[in-house]
Design a protein around this ligand. Structure first.
Ligand code: GAF
Length: 401
């Protein structure tokens, strides 16, 4: 059986109850920000390429209230993160040019501090907040971006700020992750968490930051997310290395980024006997950008067989050329593809564990789950997901116009 995703209303109610117990007063602000699953376009965002994620019904909720003074007290209910799960932050002086906060404390708190110090809306004062989430931690579904975007949206609700564009909001959250978590991520995860729309995937051009809604609301088709529940601790070191390989390949080709490369550039790399690893990385990125653009057309035409085929090619390229898969994930993809009615399946997110995404006819979902439960060596978790909304303010102060 797929997991029953806790509704936003029920998640919000629990968060508000916990806030009241913790701080002895009701929360008067509430926001939510989703995790994401990427349908196609993996490791292309930091190459200025295209990606096509959708926002998930799995969300991070932040509830709280403003208080007098310059101290923020933030509690997370997530049992999977480091302790302490309650931190206090001296809010940066709103007039200071540089709002750097100390890089100390638990990692989840660094995301919070990163967003506060990169916030470009109004002047956040002191506050109390509870963070409550059902996005699996470290499962490749962007729990970090949903936390960053959740905190940013909370600060918007706290200050009444509406002055910043969605792109700038996503960029501020990306800077928070670069500076405070040391993860040189692309823009995909923050962008979709801000901009997701119900019933649609989003084709994002990571160079121009323009995006196009791609309807994905056919009741006969299901997006099944399968969590391998494994996390090989490689993402931290391997992700920056992949990024470096891409930059090196682009440099050899005298291109701004691999977005500007094509198949003849791969032939050129071979002809100058460039390092085999760089050739493989570049081949993945060049072909994945093409697949993503083709995938968007296929989805618009409701050509799910074509889209599924592109997903399979994407997975093979990520496994063989980009080398970011792992045996558990490969096994989940193979087990899904064995079932009639499965259109495509692939690894999703940064890699080295986490989740797969499978496009499947609605009447075959149970058989996929059954086949995986029977044959997968570990314990998988399943989510049947509909494209959902981006970050939202659920409850706010009334600010004068
Ligand atoms: C992680 C990163 F945060 C994204 O920016 C993206 O590069 C993804 O890995 C791979 O497509 O989620």
């Amino acid at each position: 059986m797929a997991e029953k995703v806790q509704s936003l209303e029920s998640l919000l109610k629990s968060a508000e109850d916990i806030f009241k117990q913790e701080f002895g007063a009701p929360a008067d602000i509430a926001v939510s920000a989703p995790g994401r699953v990427n349908l196609i376009g993996e490791h292309t965002d930091y190459n200025d390429g295209f990606v096509m994620p959708m926002a998930l019904p799995l969300v991070t909720v932040v509830v709280g209230r403003r208080i007098c003074g310059e101290i923020a007290t933030v509690v997370t209910t997530n049992k999977e993160v480091d302790e302490p799960r309650k931190i206090t932050i001296d809010m940066p002086n709103p007039n200071a040019l540089v709002k750097t906060l100390e890089h100390t404390g638990p990692k989840w708190g660094l995301y919070v501090k990163g967003v506060i110090s990169n916030y470009v809306g109004g002047c956040p004062a002191g506050f109390q907040a509870v963070i409550h989430t059902n996005v699996p931690t470290g499962g490749g579904l962007s729990s970090s971006a949903s936390l960053e975007v959740g905190i940013y949206t909370f600060l918007d609700a706290l200050t009444g700020s509406t002055s910043v564009s969605s792109n700038d909001k996503a960029l501020a959250c990306q800077r928070a992750e670069h500076q405070y978590a040391g993860m040189p991520c692309g823009i995909m995860d923050q962008f979709i968490s801000v901009m997701g729309k119900e019933g649609n995937a989003l084709l994002i051009d990571c160079r121009s930051m323009n995006s196009e809604l791609i309807p994905l609301d056919d009741p006969k088709i299901v997006v099944l997310v399968t969590n391998s529940n494994v996390k090989h601790e490689l993402t931290g070191s391997e992700y920056p290395t992949r990024r470096k390989h891409c930059e090196e390949a682009a440099l050899l080709l005298k291109k701004v980024s691999l977005r500007d490369a094509n198949e003849s550039d791969i032939q050129y790399l071979k002809s100058i006997e460039a390092d085999e690893v760089l050739i493989k990385r570049a081949r993945h990125v060049v072909s994945e950008i093409q697949r993503t653009v083709q995938g968007a057309t296929a989805l618009k035409e409701r050509n799910y067989n074509k889209f599924g085929q592109l997903m399979i090619e994407s997975h093979n390229s990520l496994r063989d050329d980009y080398e970011v898969s792992c045996p558990e994930i490969d096994s989940l993809v193979e087990l899904a593809l064995k079932v009639d009615g499965v259109l495509g399946s692939r690894i999703t997110g940064g890699g080295f564990g986490g989740c797969t995404v499978t496009l499947v006819n609605a009447d075959a979902v149970d058989k996929v789950i059954e086949n995986i439960n029977k044959n997968y060596k570990g314990k998988a978790t399943f989510y049947v997901c509909k494209p959902s909304a981006g970050a939202r303010i659920l409850k706010a102060y009334k600010f004068p116009e």
